[in-house]
Design a protein around this ligand. Structure first.
Ligand SMILES: NC(=O)c1ccc[n+]([C@@H]2O[C@H](COP(=O)([O-])OP(=O)(O)OC[C@H]3O[C@@H](n4cnc5c(N)ncnc54)[C@H](OP(=O)(O)O)[C@@H]3O)[C@@H](O)[C@H]2O)c1
Length: 251
């Protein structure tokens, strides 16, 4: 088996994993944040869990990327820059913005996330700096330009929505109904924007690797958006009735 064949098999495996992930999360929401509940084994502080589980998506990704023979070429470097723009914030900035408190998550959550992030780092970093063979002219290809634009729009909205939610949380008054333009039509703009972001990255890399992560992200976040939405409706009698979970007017 060549490395290209192995890489393709692993990316297809990520897509296959999206199906049980979707089914499991529709059945039971992942037990962290507002859906925390007992019975999921030992726990660790939430801030530590976020840093430890997301760091490999930045650092291991970089190590694999720089092991590639095309790592120093312009197009791979730009694609790496997009990836790191997201993950440096997710792993090292966002967790430190959240006030440390007694909130804990079951060890199972970071353990599963680390395993996924290691596989995903291999699939996507190897694609960009070795197997994809992106020439410099890729940077003016319409697929790259449209994908990068979509990625940057998604990234901007994801960060803004997360920051608004973390600011609400840091007020120390418990969960509240989020307000403002991003939350006008949907309950989870941070998740919607993250899905858009990785669809953009898939387009910008025009690869099975990128598509596998976009599909997995959807399978992971869409059920959670439905759980959050149901929770908001059950918790707040005055929750805006026109608000949907993930897609304005639809869903
Ligand atoms: N690519 C993937 O597969 C994937 C998977 C998971 C997460 N993510 C991303 O990681 C980021 C964080 O995810 P998450 O699941 O933690 O998002 P979340 O449930 O929306 O929570 C984000 C932060 O805001 C707080 N918060 C949320 N709603 C609030 C409200 N109504 N009132 C007060 N505080 C509120 C949360 O506090 P609590 O923690 O106390 O609830 C948490 O600190 C998102 O951008 C998400 O897209 C990506």
């Amino acid at each position: 088996m060549t490395e290209a064949e192995l890489h393709r098999a692993v990316a297809l495996g990520v897509i296959a994993t999206a199906i049980p992930t979707w089914l499991a999360l529709r059945y039971a929401s992942a037990p962290y944040g507002r859906h925390t509940r007992s019975g999921w084994g030992p726990t660790v502080p939430a801030r530590l869990a976020w840093i430890v589980m997301e760091a490999p998506a930045s650092l291991v990704w970089l190590a694999i990327f720089f092991a590639g023979t095309r790592a120093l070429a312009p197009a791979p470097l730009v694609l790496a820059g997009l990836w790191q723009l997201h993950y440096v914030n997710r792993a090292f900035v966002l967790p430190l913005r959240t006030k440390p408190d007694a909130k804990r998550v079951p060890v199972l959550i970071p353990a599963l996330a680390i395993a996924f992030n290691l596989v995903n780092a291999y699939v996507n970093a190897r694609q960009v700096s070795e197997l994809g063979a992106y020439p410099t002219s890729w940077l003016v290809d319409p697929r790259f330009l449209a994908g990068a634009a979509l990625f940057l729009v998604g990234r901007t909205l994801n960060v803004r929505a997360d920051e608004a939610l973390v600011a609400l949380r840091n007020e120390g008054r418990g969960y509240q109904i989020p307000r403002g333009p991003l939350f006008r039509w949907i309950s989870c703009p941070n998740y919607a924007a993250e899905i858009v972001e990785w669809c953009g990255y898939a387009l910008a890399t025009w690869s099975l690797a990128g598509a596998s992560f976009a599909i997995y992200t959807f399978a992971n976040l869409a059920p959670r958006a439905l759980s959050h939405h149901a929770w908001y409706r059950a918790t707040f009698a005055d929750y805006p009735p026109e608000r949907r979970a993930l897609i304005p007017e639809l869903w």
